[in-house]
Design a binder for this molecule. Structure first.
Ligand code: NI
Length: 174
């Protein structure tokens, strides 16, 4: 296990579409997944995609804290070659952050409900329906596999900024 270096916005590895994993059972894929989880936990992230650790492969890891998802907790999940399908395209806007844009946050519209599928690390099929924050996390992570970072999804950059400043501004507006 190792903590990997996280690529920041502007690095070309974040801008290219990632490649499908040819052999999900390969030992090096298992090692990469272990390292991704360790790196995400160390960095305090909710999700991480393989391109963020300089591995241009279609793998994401994430978990969802119940407190941020109407009480519904989603345990640590690994998806290899995920496919994300929009079930309800109604846009919901929420603030996002990303380990590749440290210290920054901004409001991003995301589809309200999705179905996602992929392979788990032990080769089992994962097939879930997600809504709200859970759906947001998965859409954010799967975007990384297509070279898309959350500011590219923001129709208005007027509320994009550093976390401390945005918090202060939001608090003063309340
Ligand atoms: Ni991200």
């Amino acid at each position: 296990m190792a903590i990997l270096k996280i690529a920041r916005m502007g690095h070309p590895v974040l801008a290219r579409p990632a490649d499908a994993v040819a052999d999900p059972a390969a030992p090096e894929i298992g090692r990469l997944i272990d390292d991704m989880i360790e790196t995400m936990v160390d960095a305090g992230g909710t999700g991480l995609a393989a391109p963020q650790v300089h591995a241009p492969l279609r793998i994401v890891v994430f978990f969802v804290d119940g407190a941020r998802n109407n009480g519904e907790k989603v345990p640590l999940t690994v998806l290899i070659n995920p496919v994300c399908e929009i079930l309800d395209a109604t846009a919901e806007t929420g603030y996002e952050g990303c380990l590749s844009l440290p210290g920054l946050t901004g409001p991003v519209p995301r589809a309200r409900s999705i179905r996602y599928r992929g392979l788990g690390p032990d080769g089992q099929e994962i097939d879930r329906i997600a809504e709200g924050f859970h759906a947001r996390v998965v859409q954010h992570e799967c975007d990384h596999l297509d070279g898309v970072l959350y500011p590219m999804r923001m129709p208005d950059l007027g509320h994009f900024g550093f976390v401390e400043e945005v918090r202060r501004r939001v608090a003063s507006e309340e």
